[in-house]
Design a protein around this ligand. Structure first.
Ligand SMILES: [Zn+2]
Ligand SMILES: [Zn+2]
Length: 174
């Protein structure tokens, strides 16, 4: 795995939330978590498993270490000490800037990922419907589409945030 090919949830890695039901809440939390750890130079080695369960991640700053970390710690970029043997802390900003250059604002993947609020809003319903119809293949395909590797993971997270705000405002008015 190299810094040039790495993307959040790189191919072959299950994007299905690990040990979590694919509820709208868990799906949106997972999408936000994937974008956040990528921004901080981590690549998930398995589906998002919640805030306080150890998540296997790969360090993209040195591209030479994998191990378990709590998302609750990663999210806050704490501890600043990444892991034994990582490159010098003074070199981290440059490595992260290089990673940020790989990020895209639009998805041009073969199977497009949701990067608009409307698409984000529609996906949990599509997943729930596939679940009700016990169509596992379709459900997994939808989850993969929602959480799979995408260079526009930040745009997806922005769309998720916008969607969550809209939902919150609707609830407030109700
Ligand atoms: Zn490292
Ligand atoms: Zn994509």
């Amino acid at each position: 795995m190299s810094i040039t090919t790495a993307n959040p949830g790189a191919s072959g890695i299950g994007s299905y939330p690990n040990g979590l039901q694919p509820t709208p809440r868990n799906l949106t939390s997972a999408a936000l978590a994937l974008a956040r750890i990528y921004e901080l130079g981590w690549l998930p080695l398995g589906g998002y498993c919640g805030s306080d369960v150890l998540w296997h991640v790969h360090c993209l700053v040195c591209d030479d270490w994998s191990g378990p970390r709590f998302y609750s710690h990663l999210r806050r970029n704490r501890p600043a000490f990444r892991h034994p043997g990582c490159i010098a802390k003074s070199e981290h900003p440059a490595a992260l800037a290089k990673l940020a250059l790989r990020a895209r604002t639009t998805c041009s993947c073969q199977i497009t990922h949701p990067t608009t609020e409307g698409d984000v809003a529609a996906t949990p319903a599509a997943i729930a419907e596939a679940q009700i119809q016990q169509d596992t293949d379709r459900m997994l395909a939808q989850i993969d589409r929602f959480l799979g590797a995408c260079p526009a993971t930040g745009a997806r997270a922005d769309a998720v945030t916008a969607h969550l705000l809209t939902v919150q405002n609707i609830r407030k008015k109700a």
